[in-house]
Write a protein that binds this ligand. Structure first.
Ligand code: ATP
Length: 230
C-alpha cells in the first residue's frame, strides 16, 4: 500500500472542509477525485503533500507519516498550481533545475523533453520566454511535464485538464494511460468524461467527506453524471 489516510480533518473556523475517516491506496491505482467547487479536493491534496497541517489525523506514505518523514519526497511528484513553478526561469531552466533535484543530468533532461514534443505542441521549448509570460494552460503543461519527468511512483495532479485545449487534454490522457511502470496516480478533475477514462477508481467527495469510492466500469460516467445533475 502506498498511501493510507487515517481520520484526516481540516477545520477552518467553524467549518470542517476535509473529514476523511479511512482510505487506502494501493500501488498502481489511478484514482480520480471528483466533487463540486469547495468540496475540499485541493485541501486534501495539500495535506497529502504536507503543504498544510491537518487539524487531526494523519497521512501515511508507505507507512510513514508525511509530516514526520521526508523519504516520500523521493518517489512523489505533484503539480497543484502555478505556485509549483519558478516564474522567472525559462521552461528549459526550470526543467533542468527540477532534473538536478532528481539526479538527472542536463542531457537526461534534454532527452526526456524530446518525448514531450507533441504534448508541448511547439509552444514551450526554445521560446526564450520566462514561465511567467506563458498562458495558464502552457504553464500547466510545464508543471505536469516536470512532475512526470521525475518518474514518480506517486503522482498527484490537481485539475490537470483545466485550462488545456482539447487536443492537449487528449494527449495528456494518453500520456497518463500509457505511462510505463507501476505509477500510482491521484488526480482531481471536474471533467467526468476524462476522469472516468483515465482512472480505475473514483472517489467522490462532498463537503470534505467521501460519499462514494468505487472502481470504474462502463456505467461509471452515467452514474456520476446523474449524481451531479441531481
Ligand atoms: N486557508 C483557508 N482558510 C479558510 N477556508 C479555506 C482555506 N482554504 C480553503 N478553505 C475552504 O475550504 C473549502 C474547500 O476548499 P478546496 O479549495 O479544498 O476545495 P476544492 O474541492 O479544491 O474546490 P475547487 O473545485 O473549487 O477547486 C472551501 O470552502 C474553501 O473556501
Amino acid at each position: 500500500m502506498i498511501l493510507e489516510i487515517k481520520n484526516l480533518k481540516k477545520v477552518y473556523g467553524d467549518k470542517t472542509v476535509v473529514n476523511i475517516e479511512h482510505v487506502q491506496i494501493r500501488q498502481g491505482e489511478t484514482i480520480g477525485l471528483v466533487g463540486n467547487n469547495g468540496a475540499g479536493k485541493t485541501t486534501f491534496f495539500r495535506m497529502l503533500l504536507d503543504l498544510i497541517r491537518p487539524t487531526e489525523g494523519e497521512v501515511l506514505s508507505k507507512g510513514e507519516n508525511v509530516m514526520q518523514h521526508d523519504q516520500w519526497k523521493d518517489y512523489t511528484a505533484s503539480f497543484l498550481d502555478e505556485g509549483f513553478l519558478i516564474d522567472y526561469l525559462t521552461p528549459e531552466e526550470y526543467f533542468t533545475f527540477i532534473g538536478s533535484l532528481n539526479n538527472l543530468s542536463a542531457a537526461d533532461v534534454a532527452a526526456y523533453l524530446t518525448q514531450y514534443g507533441e504534448f508541448f505542441n511547439g509552444e514551450i521549448l526554445n521560446s526564450g520566454k520566462y514561465i511567467r509570460d506563458f498562458s495558464k494552460g502552457n504553464q500547466n503543461k510545464v508543471g505536469i511535464a516536470a512532475a512526470l519527468m521525475q518518474k514518480p511512483e506517486l503522482l498527484i495532479l490537481d485539475e490537470p485538464f483545466a485550462n488545456l485545449d482539447p487536443t492537449t487534454q487528449i494527449r495528456l490522457k494518453k500520456l497518463l494511460k500509457e505511462y510505463p511502470g507501476n505509477m500510482t496516480t491521484f488526480i482531481s478533475s471536474h471533467d467526468l468524461n476524462h476522469v472516468t477514462d483515465v482512472c480505475n477508481r473514483i472517489i467522490l467527495v462532498e463537503k470534505g467527506r467521501i460519499i462514494k469510492d468505487f472502481k470504474t466500469d462502463e456505467n461509471t460516467l452515467k452514474e456520476l453524471e446523474s449524481y451531479f445533475s441531481a
